[in-house]
Ligand binder design. Structure first.
Ligand SMILES: Nc1ncnc2c1ncn2[C@@H]1O[C@H](COP(=O)(O)OP(=O)(O)OP(=O)(O)O)[C@@H](O)[C@H]1O
Length: 316
């Protein structure tokens, strides 16, 4: 996947491309029918996804689904359409046509933060402005929209009662304003505690006071995963989470993914390292030329002649 595909979650899903997919939530009988037929236990379903960039068809017609609680791998040779599919799911690109359903709901064309609010979250590189913040601050600012505003309020100095208030109004002001501030502080404390627990889970709590910009590549990957968990996701989209990660950290990260999967989280993983995919994913989807070429367990994929042909000699 190319780094140029990366966009921060804060940015709009409208990337300046013309998309002709219908607006999300459009009442359309085919969509309603598809949503109805999405079996329980299938959090993510992609249906006839197509994405064109000008004259280039990056994804031609891709359909697949991801089972609840699974670690599913999405692989394919260079240019197969993996990144584009991933970005259409995460809301970075609006599909030209086709549908994305999450937990039976049509989320096609939603912006990244709207997709994230549904519980479908992708990892993001630490944004430049976050590099000057500590690891703990990065964690506490991760669940934007839920508590971020309260956190902001909590660092704003107490607002004194305006002069024009009469005595009884002033007394009321004094009663109400401190109460509000205590509630915010409690929320901040809960958030801080959760941030610490998550940092401990990833064994990077010793880095809590370090600037995010000073972390190694592998430590950053752990922080990116830890930040995702702060948003309390149902499903996590992992975009080459092991790139630049040393073997020790790689083992640690994969162990954490398996632990979380056992707790019920669902993962879709795009990864170029075939050993990682084959050894860790119980279901593998292979894309080639913008469509799904094959899917199944590792052994099925390894022995599939179409897959071998598509990779033309790459070791799988
Ligand atoms: N923004 C874009 N503008 C034009 N063409 C694009 C754009 N993004 C992707 N493509 C093209 O779409 C096709 C699929 O690209 P995509 O990045 O989705 O493949 P990929 O399977 O992720 O590849 P890789 O494994 O090499 O990262 C490629 O031919 C690529 O050049």
């Amino acid at each position: 996947m190319s780094d140029t595909e990366e966009q921060p979650v804060e940015t709009s899903g409208e990337t300046g491309e013309s998309g002709d997919a219908p607006e999300p939530g459009t009442a359309d009988s085919a969509v309603e029918e598809a949503a109805k037929t999405t079996p329980r236990g299938v959090p993510l379903r992609i249906q006839n996804l197509r994405k064109e960039f000008g004259g280039i068809t990056a994804v031609a017609d891709a359909s697949f689904q991801v089972e609840a609680g699974s670690l599913t791998g999405l692989i394919g040779p260079n240019g197969a359409g993996k990144s584009t599919t991933f970005n259409c799911i995460a809301g970075v690109h609006r599909p030209t046509s086709g549908k994305v359903f999450f937990q039976g709901e049509d989320i096609t064309g939603l912006r990244p933060e709207q997709v994230a609010n549904k519980g479908l979250v992708r990892t993001f590189q630490i944004a430049r402005e976050m590099e000057d913040m500590t690891v703990l601050e990065n964690m506490m600012l991760a669940p934007r929209g839920q508590v971020g505003e309260s956190l902001f309020n909590s660092v704003v100095p107490g607002i004194p009662a305006p002069r024009f208030l009469d005595d009884s109004q002033r007394q009321r002001w004094e009663r109400v304003v401190p109460q509000g501030r205590r509630a915010v502080t409690r929320q901040e404390e809960d958030l801080r505690e959760r941030a610490w627990e998550t940092l401990e889970f990833f064994e990077i709590d010793h880095l809590a006071g370090e600037y995010a910009g000073s972390l190694s590549g592998g430590q950053r990957k752990l922080l990116e995963m830890a930040r995702v968990l702060m948003t309390d996701p149902e499903m996590v989209l992992l975009d080459e989470p092991l790139a630049g990660v040393n073997p020790t950290l790689e083992k640690k990260l994969l162990k954490r993914v398996h632990d979380l999967r056992e707790e019920g989280l669902t993962f879709l993983l795009v990864e170029h390292d075939m050993d990682v995919i084959m050894n860790n994913c119980e279901h593998i989807i292979v894309m080639h030329q913008g469509t799904v070429l094959a899917e199944g367990e590792a052994d099925d994929i390894r022995n599939d002649d179409r897959v071998i042909d598509a990779y033309l000699g790459e070791t799988i």
